[in-house]
Design a protein around this ligand. Structure first.
Ligand code: GLN
Length: 518
């Protein structure tokens, strides 16, 4: 088994996830079977209980795993479906070790970080890696953090047992005063990494401008790598260009050379998709609660980007925090999107945005909570004045109510209706035309649903539920007599890829283009 282990230095938020995904993409383009694992050194068992305000979006996989948003990047770059095993956290490892200890599996031994934690980490990694030619492992956090120590130690051990290449991603800042690229932070972070017994084979430097030859020379000298193993990963205007940028510096060939292999990458298809120039701008209002951190909606932003590559329509997002939103903020937009969310805060403002989209016939997409709020808005418009969700208030018109199986659940972690479920679409519907298929699989993350008792009243005039789960739950809503009004109980953004854009988002973007230029 072959491993590429990516560590990060200096500070977090460097774009290590995109770098990791790009390296994996290059290897995949050589014809290898490649996968990615993300290690998150926090104590949460998974990302499901974490606030989007702190960590950005919680990404959901087919198998219902609630994982770090970097797994979204890996899926979007590689066009593969990952599983929950591809996200390892400290919490997950400790939980396993403690369960084993309680069962008596350690036969009286003292249970210790080394070897018991490190063995468990290696075994989780191997479980995934055995099916692939290459496994790229991204270690979250920054070298030097106490919490990542057991993982670095496990990876150091792994390098004695398997074929491993270490890549360290660092920051090379330039000081405005002198305009010089400074290498000291990189030197320090490589030293910190070396204290753990790991020497990087390749150093990838994040910088504003392309790394100068003299900067590379200095880093090579101080950090014990050859000059051509210092790679410039300077800012580009589109993250999907990063594989091309790294490939120009032959990073893929340099990596496989360490394993004694020779092959050429081929990113031509990728290049041709992402080079499409846009010839039209549209504006989409995104009305959400977690707007202050744009990463909370990263999959939506990326799904829109994927559609731009196929339509030539550039979608400018108008980020609107629901509670602070004013009516006039919606003026002049070509579309309105209400994304997923939890809790009552801002829901009335979102409902008024939906009302605006419905009455003014502006293209609209509601996702999960957005779908539920669109149902509530419609119910109120046909006279159910107290229509609401029991998630927010006690009401005598509970058009959105808890899923029956959720009623007995006490724990928060991993207990929603999660992951991919089959959805059956009506032949004569917008959504069917978008997918071109009667049966689809899409990912879910919710506890509430359209209350079956209200379906007859709601569908009497105009509102149509055009997609249902196998057990009869409402999954898609549409409006007749509107250019594009679609709600999905599922999250179409989680399955959108560069090489396979989401049909729902394609529908929205095309409708916005028609709306803005009829
Ligand atoms: N809060 C709603 C529910 O639990 C919607 C969830 C979501 O938007 N992901 O059903």
């Amino acid at each position: 088994m072959r491993y590429i282990i990516v560590t990060g230095g200096v500070l977090s938020g460097l774009g290590k996830g995109v770098t990791t995904a790009s390296i994996a993409k290059i290897l995949q383009s050589m014809g290898y079977k490649v996968t990615v694992i993300k290690i998150d050194p926090y104590l949460n068992v998974d990302a499901g209980t974490m606030s989007p305000f702190e960590h950005g979006e919680v990404f959901v996989l087919d198998d219902g795993g609630e994982v770090d948003l970097d797994l979204g990047n890996y899926e979007r770059f590689l066009n593969v479906d990952l599983t929950r095993d591809h996200n390892i956290t400290t919490g997950k490892i400790y939980k396993k070790v403690i369960e084993k200890e309680r069962r008596g599996d350690y036969l009286g031994k003292t249970v210790q970080p080394i070897p018991h934690l490190t063995d468990e980490i290696k075994s989780e990694i191997r479980k995934v890696a055995e099916k692939y030619d290459f496994t790229v492992i991204e270690i979250g956090g920054t070298v030097g953090d106490i919490e990542s120590m057991p993982f670095l130690e496990a990876c150091r051990q792994l390098s004695w047992e398997e074929d491993v290449v270490f890549i360290h991603v660092t920051l090379v800042p330039s000081l405005d005063v002198v305009g010089e690229q400074k290498t000291k932070p990189t030197q320090h972070s490589v030293k910190k990494l070396m204290e753990t017994g790991i020497s990087p084979h390749i150093i990838v430097c994040r910088s504003k401008k392309e790394l100068l030859e003299k900067t590379k020379r200095k880093i090579a000298q101080f950090c014990n790598v050859s000059e051509d193993h210092v790679i410039s990963n300077h800012d580009v205007d589109d993250i999907y260009k990063v594989p091309l940028l790294l490939n120009e510096q032959r990073i893929g060939e340099k990596i496989i050379d360490k394993f004694g292999l020779r092959r050429k990458p081929n990113l031509e298809k990728w290049r041709s998709i992402i080079s499409r120039k846009c010839d039209k701008d549209v504006t989409l209002a995104l009305v959400g609660k977690y707007i202050d951190l744009h990463d909370s909606y990263i999959s939506i932003r990326e799904a829109l980007m994927h559609c731009s590559y196929y339509t030539g329509v550039n979608v400018k997002i108008r980020w609107l925090e629901s509670e602070r939103m004013k009516k006039e903020d919606l003026e002049g937009v070509d579309g309105i999107l209400v994304p997923g969310g939890f809790g009552i805060r801002g829901t009335e403002e979102k409902i008024s945005a939906i009302n605006y989209a419905r009455e003014k016939k502006i293209p609209f997409l509601g996702i999960c909570l957005g779908f539920q709020l669109a149902t509530i808005e419609y119910a109120r418009s046909i006279g159910l004045k107290n229509a609401n969700s029991t998630e927010f208030v006690d009401t005598d018109e509970p058009v959105i109510d808890l899923l029956p199986e959720q009623k007995k659940i006490k724990n928060m972690g991993g207990t929603m209706r999660l992951g991919a479920y089959k959805i059956i679409l009506d032949n004569q519907s917008t959504v069917y035309n978008l997918y071109g298929s009667k049966e689809i699989y899409e990912r879910h993350r919710h506890r509430y649903e359209v209350n079956p008792q209200y379906i007859d009243i709601l569908t009497r005039d105009g509102l149509k539920f055009t997609g249902r789960s196998e057990d009869g739950r409402m999954e898609v809503l549409e409006l007749e007599d509107h250019p594009f009004f679609l709600g999905t109980q599922y999250h179409p953004e989680f399955t959108s890829r560069v090489e396979r854009p989401s049909p729902v988002f394609m529908g929205l973007v095309k409708a916005m283009a028609r709306y803005s230029n009829p």
